[in-house]
Design a protein around this ligand. Structure first.
Ligand code: FAD
Length: 472
């Protein structure tokens, strides 16, 4: 007999839905995956799971707006969300035609070098037509389009207003997850769980999966944190019709200013302006304070553009910006039938724009692991392999984000190894070279956008110039 134990409530097999009881005999087409969290990571995971499971259900505790609009579960939606080129490519691969749809909806195509005016640590970066074509839009528009695409699939079931409360564990014959405990106003108390052959946790930074695992007698994943005490304040503006600038970025500089700002073009002829302050020097939420903060940046360009633009939103603040990595890949024992990805595993200081792309890389890792597992006739324990491979994809963005954060002496957390400190010094030289060398600038953007590995910055010409050109 199977013994079942359940967190947080104890329940019997009979309360499980038919999916679980069918599983042993079911065909691939009848298998059921449940995704927790309906934000970017959850939507991308759901898209991948549709290739491998007969039915995919997504549980999201928020109600979804009918139009692209903010919602409580993702307060970061009011802030600039840059989509890196790697993320853009994966999204288009998973949802062919998405870029065109977003463009039709008002997203702004631009060249990441020609159309961005960046006041870097060393001054204005050179601009040239690079062919590195990106798309700028709000996170609200992007999430809405991903959701609509999934809703076109009748094997995809969206359950808004439905909060995951715990996991259903089966301990015999092998420990595994067989479902999710949930709370939903629509269902009332009669349907406390949904069964699943696979549960994907995409509930973000505040994921309770470690707690659920611990309550069932498993280890919690070890956690690494690096905190530069960055704070954001953002406001949306109407873009003046005669504005020439597309995107502007003024970067904070250690020893000179803890303050930075981005002016980011989005749909509806608007700009999102995000001001940021490191080391606790946070931008305020009141109008006068916001403008004064913008005026205090290292260069006046952003403030000058704000002065001629009409605000069209309140000012929104955000403070939880620490890098945080839950190392599921280091656990020696985990139950089968559950994996985690997106911010639930690793969130980054948002200033480097990596979170959505890391979620996309996680979805592609899931795709690869499931494809491989499905080729094997015997059931294989692929979940732990997935967490391990996911960790491999997170290494580079983690080192880039935390390496940047450790420029600031006030940053707290586990310091990087000597190699990444050396790399940071080398990146500084590349940045300096990017003021004058279009080749170095392009290579830097490719690495920062995760389309090329850091080795791209070590071609003979770039290496020679980076090491031999005198420091200014
Ligand atoms: C201020 C800020 C700015 C950012 N800027 C960028 C950027 O420029 N570029 C970039 O790529 N990334 C950026 N990010 C990161 C990006 O927002 C996330 O990495 C990305 O959205 C993926 O997150 P996620 O889907 O894993 O989690 P989240 O976006 O946090 O979503 C988690 C979802 O799970 C739901 N949920 C939570 N608990 C439950 C539960 N128990 N049951 C059901 N549902 C639940 C929540 O309601 C939410 O919808 C930024 C983040 C912040 C905070």
């Amino acid at each position: 007999m199977r013994s079942l134990f359940v967190y947080p409530l104890f329940m019997s097999v009979s309360t499980l839905s038919p999916f679980v009881q069918d599983t042993a005999a079911s065909t691939q087409a009848r298998r059921h995956a449940v995704v927790l969290g309906g934000s970017i990571a959850g939507l991308l995971a759901a898209r991948v799971l549709l290739d491998h499971f007969g039915q995919v259900t997504l549980l999201e505790r928020d109600q979804f707006p009918a139009q692209p609009a903010t919602r409580a579960g993702v307060p970061q939606g009011q802030h600039v969300h840059g989509l890196l080129l790697q993320g853009q490519q994966i999204l288009e691969q998973l949802f062919p035609g998405l870029i065109e749809d977003l463009t039709q909806a008002g997203a702004i195509p631009l060249d990441w070098i020609a159309d961005w005016q960046v006041f870097s640590l060393e001054g204005w970066l050179e601009q040239h037509d690079s062919g590195l074509r990106g798309l700028c839009c709000s996170r609200l528009l992007l999430e809405w389009h991903l959701r609509q695409r999934l809703l076109n699939n009748d094997r995809f079931h969206l359950r808004p207003g439905c909060s995951a409360q715990g996991l259903v564990f089966q301990s015999q014959p092998n420990p595994r997850i067989t479902g999710v405990m949930l709370r939903s106003a629509a269902d009332g108390p009669d349907q406390p769980s949904i069964s699943a052959d696979l549960v994907v946790d995409a509930t973000g930074r505040h994921s309770k999966l470690p707690r659920w695992l611990a309550a069932a007698g498993y280890e919690k994943p070890p956690e690494t944190q690096v905190n530069s005490f960055l704070g954001y304040a953002s406001r949306w503006y109407r873009r003046p019709t005669d504005a020439i600038a597309k995107g502007v970025m003024i970067v904070a500089k250690p020893g000179e200013s803890t303050r930075g700002g981005v002016l980011y073009p989005v749909e509806g002829d608007r700009w999102i302006v995000t001001l940021s302050g490191i080391a606790g020097d946070h931008p305020p939420a009141d109008e006068a304070g916001f403008l004064a903060f913008a005026q205090s940046l290292r260069h006046p360009m952003l403030y000058d553009l704000l002065k001629i633009s009409e605000p069209c939103s309140p000012i929104h603040c955000y403070r939880r910006t620490e890098n945080q990595w839950r190392h599921y890949e280091q656990l020696s024992a985990t139950p089968r039938g559950v994996v985690a990805l997106g911010d639930a595993v690793c969130c980054f200081n948002p200033a480097y724009g990596q979170g959505m792309t890391a979620a996309a890389l996680g979805a592609m890792t899931l795709q690869r692991c499931l494809s491989k597992a499905n080729q094997t006739p015997q059931p294989v324990d692929w979940e732990q392999r997935f967490q391990y491979q996911l960790a491999q994809t997170l290494n580079t963005p983690w080192l880039m984000a935390t390496g940047e954060d450790f420029r600031w002496p006030s940053t707290e957390g586990k310091r990087p190894v000597w190699l990444s400190r050396w790399l940071q010094g080398y990146f500084d030289r590349i940045l300096r070279l990017s003021l004058t060398s279009s080749e170095a600038h392009r290579a830097f953007i490719e690495v920062a956008h995760l389309v090329k590995p850091p080795i791209r910055l070590f071609t003979p010409t770039i290496l020679w110039r980076a090491l031999t050109e005198p420091l200014r």
